[in-house]
Ligand binder design. Structure first.
Ligand code: ATP
Ligand code: MG
Length: 421
């Protein structure tokens, strides 16, 4: 049995059993938000599409960009990191942004700070061509309306570009900015990709401004694009710009892995540590996790903590199961439930009664013994706080996989608070 703990002598006590190959130090699973798993599996299609997108833009061909959608924990952030690697390998400049609820001033500041870095990355200041100098001036104009003192653009050493990005309208200004940055990148034979995570937090006017700007850069055939990731409701976000959004972006949905990939997600990291899984152990692990990436990492981690020797058996998986479930219940699921009022919890529990899928308001109302009208505000509040989303009109679904199972575990019996008089 291989002994791998490099610094184990400092961590483990003297009576540490060296025949045990599965120690905490070598646990290869990654149950953390955005943590790159040792084996990124099942995302070849999206990776191919991304590489094709950059290659086509580089050839001045137009191509639909994409916004990856999926529930919490399916691997959207990890996929964006993979995109980053592919873009850097093609010598593109990468601008990464995680959207937070920002007002317009903060939104302008974040975009301009990131694009400023991208411009510096594309070319050292000493080698700026006219297109670069113009892009930097436009950048300065872009921030001027919200930063008249020029604090955010300190050190850029240029005058604002009069007539560019100074309209006081976010869509027009962002269009000028992305066009100018795209043209500068093209001048250097390079490209710029904005990788935007948590797109669902964009205000619709911000999303619409991005759409308007990208619409123009595509018309001009410039090597600049945006690829996003967000919860499934993002496809609804574009508001008035919806038809443009649908033409500009594909919205590929990622979710659970197929069974072969899920087996690899368990077995590959373990194989690196010379640990194997028996077939029955993998079957059970797939059943417990539903092949969801985050759950795979969490169960893999728990198995590693509780088992000690290779090969991992179905009994080992059974033993780790309560550890896994306890971890999910006390963190991943619990933080969500704690945000809900008693009536909202009852709504979620009633939904769980009906199953894991999207449910009609009328059906949930039926289970709760209320009318649809009566519970509509509760449903809306749950959507606003991100616990539910509306995949289609009149329906609501959980934003987290297996939430129905958790609700039934944690609230065994549905109790609906009496209506207020
Ligand atoms: N392709 C994959 N194969 C195996 N594990 C993966 C894969 N993608 C992601 N994971 C694991 O799944 C977990 C969730 O990944 P990530 O944080 O990227 O999800 P997310 O969709 O961005 O979630 P959220 O919506 O909460 O931000 C992490 O523990 C990560 O290691
Ligand atoms: Mg994420």
């Amino acid at each position: 049995m291989k002994f791998r703990g490099l610094y184990l002598s400092e961590i483990k006590s003297d009576n540490f059993d060296k025949t045990q190959c599965m120690d905490s130090l070598s646990n290869p699973y990654t149950p953390n938000a955005g943590a790159e798993p040792q084996a990124v599996v099942g995302r070849d299609d999206q990776l191919k599409q991304f590489v094709m997108l950059l290659a086509r833009l580089a050839r001045r061909c137009t191509e639909q960009s994409m916004i990856i959608t999926g529930l919490r924990g399916v691997g959207k952030t990890v996929l964006l990191h993979q995109f980053r690697g592919k873009a850097l390998a093609q010598d593109w400049a990468v601008v990464e942004m995680e959207v937070q609820k920002h007002d317009e001033a903060a939104f302008r500041r974040v975009i301009s700070a990131r694009l400023r870095t991208a411009l510096h990355e594309l070319s050292p200041k000493a080698q700026w061509t006219d297109a670069f100098k113009h892009a930097v001036s436009v950048l300065k104009s872009f921030t001027l309306s919200v930063d008249p003192e020029g604090q955010w653009t300190a050190g850029l050493d240029v005058e604002p570009a009069e007539g560019f990005a100074d309209h006081g309208d976010l869509s027009m200004d962002l269009t000028d900015l992305l066009v100018a940055v795209g043209a500068a990148a093209q001048d250097k034979g390079r490209g710029v990709v904005l990788l935007v995570d948590e797109v669902q937090f964009l205000e619709s006017y911000q999303f619409e401004a991005l759409i308007a700007a990208l619409h123009k850069t595509i018309q001009r055939k410039l090597p600049i694009t945006m690829v996003g990731a967000g919860l499934p409701q993002v496809a609804e976000l574009a508001g008035d710009a919806k038809s443009y959004a649908e033409r500009l972006f594909k919205f590929p949905e990622i979710g659970y892995l197929d069974e072969d990939d899920a087996r690899l997600a368990f077995s590959e990291p373990a194989a690196d540590e010379e640990v194997t899984f028996e077939a029955a152990a993998l079957d059970l692990a797939l059943e417990i996790t539903g092949c969801y990436p985050y759950f795979i990492q969490e169960l893999g981690y728990a198995i590693w903590e509780s088992a000690s020797t290779s090969p991992v058996t179905a009994d080992d998986v059974r033993e780790a199961w309560p550890l896994y479930e306890g971890k999910l219940d006390s963190s991943f699921f619990r933080v969500r439930l704690d945000r809900a009022t008693a009536l909202q919890q009852a709504y979620l529990r009633a939904m769980a009664e009906l199953g894991p899928d999207a449910q009609r308001v009328a059906d949930v109302a039926g289970v709760m013994g209320r009318t649809s009208q009566n519970i509509a505000p509760t449903r809306k509040a749950l959507i606003d706080t991100g616990l539910l989303y509306a995949p289609k009109h009149g329906y609501a679904a959980f934003t987290v996989p297996h939430f129905d199972q958790f609700m039934r575990r944690t609230i065994p019996e549905l109790k609906v608070p009496a209506p207020r008089r």
